[in-house]
Ligand binder design. Structure first.
Ligand code: GLU
Length: 269
């Protein structure tokens, strides 16, 4: 099909990276949304049962740490954020471990920093570890190692990290679950007539122009980081989809090739 792949090809994806952000993992009051995490983990276990391999990229360390420590909001200092992330990451993994163990699914924690994935040898080590984990049927749960990452050497946001992970693992599909249905031609919060873009085939930088830049109180990414990560993934041959993670079962619809969310069609595979 002249290099343009068919949306139904997504169903063939074997290795899938799913990214979920802090806003999807917490309620507006800052507490953990256990119901959402329960649904997400169940979907992932079911995908594993179908014979897929799944890597989960999760945010939430800082958000959950803020809640656990009963702080009024994210600390403003770097060391404050690093300390809160150390508390929150443990709790986040504890929650995942509990839910995944309900289905006897073994999980692993993988904390990455940009200097690890930028360095040739350490990058290869990370790739080897992912491959080992996946071959053992383990679900790697990835986050940035916020406790040691400093501003100069940060990925910046977990959307970008999810692209890096999709690249390292040579994933077939990257699903970025968000609190919005996908990428619109203009900001749907400002314009009633905003149209959801279902399929993106132009992977040039200019498609980022309508994405804005804002994040939320507890997360860091906005639509811009999602579009950027998806565009880069598709340019490296990986299907990428931005979809609403309110109901994590949406991943089934994506795999069924339904016209849902925004799909970035890979250039080559
Ligand atoms: N790594 C951060 C956390 O776990 C999230 C970064 C992001 O939201 O993009 O809190």
């Amino acid at each position: 099909m002249d290099g343009i792949l068919n949306r139904s090809d997504i169903s063939k994806a074997k290795r899938i990276v799913i990214k979920i952000g802090t806003t999807s993992l917490t309620y507006d009051n800052g507490h953990v949304n256990l119901n959402r995490i329960g649904h997400l983990t169940r979907v992932i276990c079911d995908l594993m049962n179908r014979g897929k391999e799944v890597v989960l990229v999760t945010s939430g360390a800082i958000g959950i740490g803020v809640d656990k420590l009963k702080l009024p909001g994210r600390p403003s200092t770097l060391s404050g954020k690093q300390a809160v992330a150390a508390v929150g990451q443990l709790m986040l993994m504890n929650i995942y471990e509990r839910f995944f163990s309900e289905f006897s699914q073994t999980v692993a924690q993988v904390l990455l920093t940009k200097n690890v994935t930028d360095g040739e040898e350490s990058r290869q080590n990370a790739i080897n570890t992912f491959n080992e984990l996946l071959s053992m049927g383990v679900v790697p749960i990835v986050n940035e190692n916020d406790t040691v990452a400093v501003d100069e050497i940060k990925y910046g946001d977990n959307d970008y990290l999810s692209f890096i992970v999709a690249q390292l693992t040579k994933a077939d599909l990257l699903v970025i679950l968000s609190d919005i249905d996908g990428y619109y031609d203009k900001n749907p919060q400002e314009y009633d007539d905003a149209i959801l873009l279902h399929t993106i085939t132009d992977l040039s930088e200019k498609i980022e122009k309508n994405a804005g830049g804002s994040g939320t109180a507890l997360g860091t990414g906005g639509m811009l980081t999602k579009v950027h990560a998806s565009r880069l993934a598709a340019a490296s041959g990986i299907w990428a989809v931005i979809a609403n993670g309110e109901k994590p079962e949406i991943v089934y619809d994506i795999l069924d090739g339904k016209e849902i969310g925004t799909v970035f069609v890979p250039e080559k595979k």
